[in-house]
Ligand binder design. Structure first.
Ligand code: ADP
Ligand code: MG
Length: 692
């Protein structure tokens, strides 16, 4: 069924094949793993007389009369209306812009409706309900008298034709299908077998079996997702890396010169990193910590551990501004430190660098100890003399593939991956299953949580007044706009125009700067530098400020059109203030309309804890959206949900660990199907296993 093309099925010509492949369905297996979007219980229908306002129902009706009118608003806009009845009453239905419906809504025709009932002046109505026409021979078929699957339809298909097709494929392929989850694993976890699961996910005998099918198929997704992670972790532990000298003069000197004491959280994480780096196994550690928790210092210390043993270190950041900031800060922190009788050398590498060749040369000869830069560090031309340690900052900004490139420039160097979008530990362990995980769970002492306020557009002056007040006290502020150029269509203000307006208007007594992604890097830097040197009071910006910028004197941020930003993004932006010992204010200006946007703003006002925020963000957006395309595998989850099925995910991980520890190359005969399945989903593992 994996290899059998969908064209094997009757009625699938080139045209339908195309619309299937648009939905990612190419084989019979794809089809059977194309799960219903929802179900309708068509064993019992609601009576029209019993319908309540605002509730969603499935009802079985007959057309009494139908008609169509063109809307007076626009000629191209049509409304199709019908009066439908059952034995108990009447309901009106309205469809917008589906004029062809009129042809079908002939008196006497039966159809099933699914939608929300609204009552106007005592009359019941459904607006744009989903519908399905019934044939006379439909009594006791796939479409009625049972729990019926509803699919997201490929182009040119009806619900009925999909059901028919899937039922046909199930009947033909299920009797001979082999389950790739081993029998003992299934029985240990009370999982339904594959055939039963696929049958009941499409055509559930009852809701209990549907649940069991869902459980088994979710487990399977998690399991296939965990296997490679577990495998990778295991293989890594077998490889020999660098044993670093973790306690030495360089590290001690650095700590003793810091203007602050490391927090307990930083110390704990540092101890974990030390023990990893001292060992000969290659480290792959994820460092989670809220914005401002002080990850960079920890990472810098780890670089020094590498350097004091004679190895180079690389520090990769997602943007140029951030790379330069890290470079400036780290250079100043390291100035005066000596090692083997010479000064440490730090280099900066970004894409358009004129001095690229010189830097390549110096890195190759080992003259540069620490190289900081953007993804320019991944360039072919950059070779190291002896790369021993790598930091990847804000990992979510890099793809998994990119992340894997840098370590190849050394001989199994230790890797520290940092993220300021922390997720709950249990979830992190399972999702980043190939990494070890450290968490900095506190902010440096003396930080006062940022006060976050939400104002409507109408009240935005109040927010500006707050900013002015801060500026009058000698502090600085940011105003963030979602776009550079304003959009009249969307009615949103842009940074450029607002900069001009604010400069002449409400902030004319202050020094304003403007920074956005369309400026040349050099211009961006000049503005940032001026702001850093307090030559500017107010910085008007786009989200280019999102990550990392560290200016403690900035105590106020106004975010315009805050509804247009994601929750984690808002939290990152807010992380640009509250970095010193002063009370900071974040003002969100928004007339949020949707429930989602309102929920995001509420979360921002209520919490300043990055863990809580990202949990909430995950909940609002769901894992696929939250992690985005970059996190391999997650977006492929079709029915499993790591948020609601965390226990199942943990179980899947335990089982993956167990299986790999018993049979690390999946060579046992009971694992052959599983191995095939794994390679089919993750072809890159074929070569990976071969080198075992
Ligand atoms: P992150 O990268 O986790 O967002 P940073 O490493 O940029 O955080 O640290 C934020 C600010 O806090 C920096 O200015 C840094 O120098 C400072 N900092 C780091 N650790 C401490 C500490 N233990 N006590 C006081 N300030 C600290
Ligand atoms: Mg950082």
């Amino acid at each position: 069924m994996q290899a059998t093309s969908i064209q094997y099925l009757k009625g699938i010509g080139p045209k339908r094949k195309k619309s299937f492949s648009d939905k990612g369905i190419n084989t019979i297996e794809d089809l059977l793993y194309y799960f219903p979007r929802r179900y309708e219980d068509r064993t019992n229908f609601s009576n029209i007389s019993g319908l309540k306002d605002g509730e969603i129902y499935t009802i079985k009706t007959q057309v009494l009369a139908g008609g169509q009118r063109n809307s007076w608003r626009r000629r191209s806009f049509s409304i199709t209306e019908a009066v439908l009845v059952d034995k108990t009453g009447k309901i009106n239905c309205v469809w917008f812009n589906q004029p062809y419906l009129k042809e079908y809504l002939k008196p006497g025709v039966s159809l099933i409706l699914y939608g929300k009932v609204e009552i106007y002046n005592g009359r019941m109505q459904m607006n744009n309900p989903e519908f399905e026409f019934l044939d006379s021979e439909d009594v006791d078929s796939l479409n009625i008298g049972r729990i019926v699957p509803i699919y997201t339809l490929p182009k040119g298909f009806s619900q009925r034709s999909m059901r028919h097709l899937i039922k046909g494929a199930l009947d033909e392929f299920m009797p001979k299908v082999k389950d790739y989850l081993p029998f003992d694993l299934r029985s240990r976890n009370n999982l339904l077998n594959l055939a039963q699961s696929l049958i009941n996910i499409h055509f559930p005998q009852d809701l209990i079996l549907q649940k069991q099918a869902l459980l088994r198929l979710s487990f399977e997704e998690f399991f296939i997702f965990q296997l490679p992670l577990v495998l990778r972790k295991l293989k890594r532990k077998e490889k020999k890396g660098v044993s670093h000298i973790v306690n030495g003069k360089l590290v001690e000197d650095f700590i003793s010169r810091l203007p602050f004491k490391l927090t307990l959280g930083q110390q704990k994480v540092l101890a974990e990193i030390k023990s990893d780096m001292a060992s000969a196994q290659a480290m792959q550690r994820l460092l989670q910590g809220d914005v401002g928790s002080g990850k960079t210092v920890v990472a810098t210390l780890a670089c020094l551990m590498s350097i004091q043993g004679g190895y180079q270190a690389a520090f990769m950041a997602p943007t140029e501004i951030l790379s330069r900031q890290h470079y400036a800060k780290i250079t100043s922190q390291l100035s005066g430190l000596t090692f083997n009788g010479r000064k440490l050398r730090v280099g900066l590498l970004i894409s358009q660098d004129k001095e690229k060749e010189r830097i390549y040369q110096e890195v190759k000869e080992g003259k540069i100890d620490l190289i900081i830069g953007t993804h320019a560090l991944l360039q072919e031309g950059l070779r190291f003399k002896s790369l021993g340690f790598i930091v990847i900052d804000e990992q979510h900004k890099f793809g998994v593939g990119q992340r894997a490139l840098l370590p190849k420039k050394g001989n199994n160097p230790d890797v520290l991956i940092m993220t300021a979008t922390p997720i709950p530990r249990t979830l992190a362990i399972t999702l980043y299953g190939d990494l070890d995980i450290s968490v900095i769970n506190e902010l440096p002492a003396g930080r006062i949580p940022v006060k976050t306020l939400h104002f409507s557009q109408q009240d935005k002056e109040k927010g500006f007044a707050l900013a002015r007040q801060e500026l009058e006290h000698g502090r600085q502020a940011y105003i963030i706009y979602p776009v550079i150029e304003e959009s009249y269509a969307l009615d949103i203000a842009g940074a450029k125009k607002m900069f001009a307006e604010l400069k002449e208007g409400g902030f004319k007594n202050f020094r304003l700067g403007l920074v956005h992604g369309k400026l040349k890097t050099k211009e961006q830097e000049e503005v940032m530098l001026k702001f850093r040197n307090k030559e500017l009071d107010l910085l008007v910006s786009t989200t280019i400020l999102e990550v990392g910028i560290d200016i403690p004197n900035a105590t106020c941020m106004i975010v315009a059109h805050a509804e247009r930003f994601g929750l984690s993004q808002l939290h990152q932006l807010r992380g640009r203030i509250g970095r010193g010992s002063l009370q900071s204010f974040c003002v969100l200006i928004s007339d949020a309309q949707t429930d989602e946007a309102k929920a995001r703003l509420r979360a921002m006002v209520l919490s300043s804890d990055g863990f809580r925020i990202s949990e909430e963000d995950l909940r609002i957006r769901g894992p696929g959206e939250f992690f985005g395309q970059r996190q391999h595998g997650l977006t492929e989850l079709k029915i499993a949900n790591p948020l609601t099925q965390l226990q199942l995910l943990k179980k899947a991980r335990e089982e993956a660990l167990r299986l790999i520890s018993e049979d690390n190359n999946l060579t046992l005969h009971q694992h052959i199907q599983l191995k095939e399945r794994l390679f089919q989903r993750f072809p890159e593992y074929e070569s990976f296993m071969a080198v075992a």
